[in-house]
Design a protein around this ligand. Structure first.
Ligand SMILES: NC(=O)c1ccc[n+]([C@@H]2O[C@H](COP(=O)([O-])OP(=O)(O)OC[C@H]3O[C@@H](n4cnc5c(N)ncnc54)[C@H](OP(=O)(O)O)[C@@H]3O)[C@@H](O)[C@H]2O)c1
Length: 292
């Protein structure tokens, strides 16, 4: 079976925000999509969207979905033991792995670069427990795939946003903050640009390939928030220092690292370009989509 990026048969392990976006794109291209969820209600919602739902704890159903797939995308975050998807799929796949495996990783593996540029070949230096776990799971997948001769690609993602999940929603809900950390800079990416990068890779698989999929304009988060508030005609949210207890632990983790993540390799090797090169185009697209 060959992978057709035009109309793939895609299995997503982890049918969450990114996983569903990728599954929808497979369907839009005339292919088939299945996605896992441990939650019966989410499986019902997946089915309603035309995505074949799979209970990942049902080994028989998961094995069948894997056997029918030409491509498999892993979006589950690591747990304390490593990668839940690697544990679930390895005993089922035997020598029947799909022709394209994508692992959704995180730019957290790079740690802090004091605002400098970082590239895929640079040594990893995760500053958080989550980043260190992610680096270990990447290694597990890369080593395992090399040993088994699989076409595995790793995609390192910064914080991503899209419809229903962006600063626009936080501003409208009144819980956005201008979090201040002097000199802080990082990338973000619109979810549609991740999906286009994944499909570009399916068309040009490279075993062991590691790609940063990021926007072109690393920017501090308070600049993005202030721009969006002005664009929406809403008051500027209150300023808080990044160390303020009001800033959640999850949010604070974003501020530990300051870096500019290069997307040059994905552009050169995959012929990929972000449709939304900065937050401005990406947020405008969300606003346009929601307009009546
Ligand atoms: N969001 C960001 O800004 C960002 C940035 C960089 C990297 N990432 C990474 O990118 C990936 C996708 O992100 P996302 O925002 O799409 O995540 P998400 O919406 O939370 O989707 C991930 C899905 O994985 C499933 N899952 C989690 N743990 C599992 C387990 N132990 N066994 C089986 N399934 C499990 C969950 O599905 P059920 O609970 O329905 O089974 C969940 O819906 C994640 O690994 C995330 O850490 C995210």
């Amino acid at each position: 079976m060959t992978t057709s990026a035009d109309a793939p048969s895609l299995l997503v392990f982890g049918g969450g925000y990114l996983g569903q976006a990728a599954a929808r794109e497979a369907l839009r291209r005339g292919g088939r999509a299945s996605a896992t969820s441990r939650d019966p209600e989410t499986r019902r919602l997946l089915a309603a969207k035309g995505i074949a739902p799979v209970d990942p704890t049902d080994a028989k159903a998961l094995g069948e979905a894997l056997a029918a797939a030409q491509a498999v995308l892993i979006t589950t975050p690591p747990d304390v033991h490593g990668c839940p998807a690697l544990r679930a799929l390895t005993p089922l796949a035997a020598d029947a792995w799909p022709d394209w495996i994508g692992y959704a990783s995180s730019t957290a593996v790079y740690g802090d670069r004091a605002g400098g540029w970082v590239f895929e070949g640079d040594p990893l230096n995760a500053a958080t427990l989550a980043g260190a776990r992610r680096a270990r799971v990447e290694r597990d997948w890369l080593d395992g795939a090399q040993g088994m001769g699989l076409t595995l690609q790793v995609f390192r993602l910064p914080g991503f946003y899209g419809p229903g999940r962006s600063v626009i929603d936080r501003l409208r809900a009144g819980n956005a903050r201008l979090v201040k950390k002097p000199g802080q800079v990082f990338n973000r990416i619109h979810v549609d640009d991740i999906v286009s990068g994944l499909f570009a890779s399916m068309a040009r698989p490279r075993p062991g390939g590691v790609y940063n999929l990021t926007d072109d304009e690393p920017t501090s988060a308070d600049v993005v928030t202030a721009w969006a508030a002005e664009r929406l005609g809403l008051p500027r949210p209150p300023e808080v220092d990044w160390t303020d207890p009001e800033v959640s632990e999850a949010m604070r983790r974003f501020y530990l690292d300051s870096k500019r993540v290069s997307n040059a390799r994905a552009k050169a090797e995959l012929g990929w370009r972000p449709r939304y090169p900065s937050y401005r185009e990406g947020l405008e697209a969300i606003l346009a989509e929601k307009a009546p």
